[in-house]
Design a protein around this ligand. Structure first.
Ligand SMILES: NC(=O)c1ccc[n+]([C@@H]2O[C@H](COP(=O)([O-])OP(=O)(O)OC[C@H]3O[C@@H](n4cnc5c(N)ncnc54)[C@H](O)[C@@H]3O)[C@@H](O)[C@H]2O)c1
Length: 388
């Protein structure tokens, strides 16, 4: 850390690469780092550290504009210089996935602490190599596991910790929404997401999330069976040009979790939403069940469980959705990305490992890779443990 003469407190300088992108801008810069720059980062002992972003990217005009708009003093297109700068404590990467491996390994080799979007790499081999590099360099490395910090999943985790479910049997997850093809209405996601050659695909994108969600709520994933599909083979890009969608836009997965728990998660960019939230997880156990979205969570315990009888000749007699109770937050649950940034930066200041490091990230990449393999080969695949 360098020191900030004005405020008289230490300054944590963070090089942020990819801030012109959707995630880098909205969640990381706007929702996380700019608010922390304004308030300072509160440490465990109550003291504060100043947070100073440096915007990094390829397009000088866009960076200058962003910096001016948000009053950010430093920006650069020279990544090499920024990672060689000894006053920079953290290198953050939210670039397209295909550029991550080279950027992160250079930063780690320069001795920088690294924080990164997922997936950390396009292949398991590379993701493991990154984890190894970070471990050997002794830097504090972290990967975005934002879903675990969201109010809905925090509540779900609390129910698990309190033993609410009894013996947990299964989890069902439903994720997705309709992503427009881009001809009539512009697509609401970047076109590279739909090209395998550019690191796209819903399996690569979402299975790394599902891996840490399952690990974080229920336990390690032991096997995967998946069917991945490209439902929409032709799309139109940001310039309105037609292109072949070479990556999968839906993945239907079954995951076997330690202790005999079975999870099924559907992920699709070719589905219409008839749900309360864009992602929902239901956990069923012998003593209760719960359904969580990003924010909300409802639960039903055994004693309140109705006893429906299957009879297609009669209309539905009960309002099943009304039989669930809202789980309260009981705390001020902030933006999930910001909460994890704060935790990661406190780890950097104290030099302790972040709980979601690059090994955890590699397990996510592994699950995506095995999911694709399972689909290609039409078989169930056991998930081997990764040892660094
Ligand atoms: N944690 C989450 O929930 C979440 C959600 C979406 C995306 N992501 C991850 O964040 C990363 C960025 O995704 P995004 O949706 O913000 O993408 P985006 O296309 O909006 O942004 C990509 C960023 O990378 C930069 N870039 C560098 N080289 C590029 C190239 N050759 N082509 C295009 N852009 C290039 C762009 O300038 C831009 O800043 C991806 O790795 C993605 O997997 C995470």
């Amino acid at each position: 850390m360098s020191s900030s003469p004005g405020a008289g407190r230490p300054t944590l300088r963070i090089a942020m690469n990819g801030v012109t992108g959707r995630m880098g801008y909205r969640q990381h810069l706007l929702r996380s780092i700019l608010p922390l720059r304004d308030t300072g980062l509160r440490l465990d002992d109550g003291t504060r550290v100043t947070v100073e972003p440096i915007l990094v990217g390829r397009n000088a005009d866009k960076l200058a504009e962003l910096a001016a708009e948000h009053g950010v003093e430093h920006w650069t297109t020279d990544v090499e210089a920024v990672i060689a700068d000894p006053t920079v404590a953290v290198y953050f990467d939210a670039q397209v996935t295909s550029r991550r491996m080279a950027a992160l390994s250079a930063a780690i080799k320069a001795g920088k602490n690294v924080y990164t979007e997922k997936p950390t790499a396009e292949t398991l081999t590379e993701a493991v190599e990154l984890a190894r590099l970070a471990e050997n360099a002794g830097v504090v490395a972290g990967v975005v596991h934002d879903k675990l910090y969201l109010p809905g999943l925090v509540k779900l985790r609390r129910l698990v910790d309190e033993g609410f479910f009894g013996r947990i049997l299964s989890m069902r997850g439903e994720f997705g929404y309709w992503v427009f093809e881009g001809d009539g209405q512009p697509a609401q996601r970047p076109s590279w997401n739909y090209r395998a050659e550019d690191g796209g695909g819903i399996t690569v994108d979402m299975f790394c999330h599902w891996n840490y969600v399952m690990e974080g709520l229920l336990g390690p994933v032991e096997a995967v069976t998946a069917r991945t599909v490209t439902h929409i083979p032709t799309r139109w890009d940001e310039q309105g040009r037609e292109y072949a969608a070479t990556a999968d836009d839906a993945a239907y997965g079954i995951f076997e979790i330690e202790g005999g728990i079975v999870a099924q998660i559907n992920s699709s960019w070719a589905v219409r939403v008839h749900r309360d939230e864009l992602v929902e997880f239901q956990i069923d156990g012998t003593h209760g069940s719960a359904v969580a979205g990003l924010r909300g969570c409802v639960a039903q315990q055994r004693a309140h469980t109705p006893k429906p009888v299957w009879n297609p000749d009669l209309p539905v007699t009960e309002r099943f959705r009304d039989q669930w109770l809202e789980v309260p937050a009981n705390a001020d649950l902030d933006n999930g990305f910001k909460l994890q940034w704060e935790e990661y930066l406190r780890d950097v200041v104290t030099g302790r490992p972040h709980r979601f490091g690059l090994l955890s990230a590699a397990r996510g990449v592994q699950l995506a890779e095995l999911g694709l393999q399972s689909s290609a080969e039409g078989k169930r695949i056991a998930v081997p443990e990764i040892v660094l």
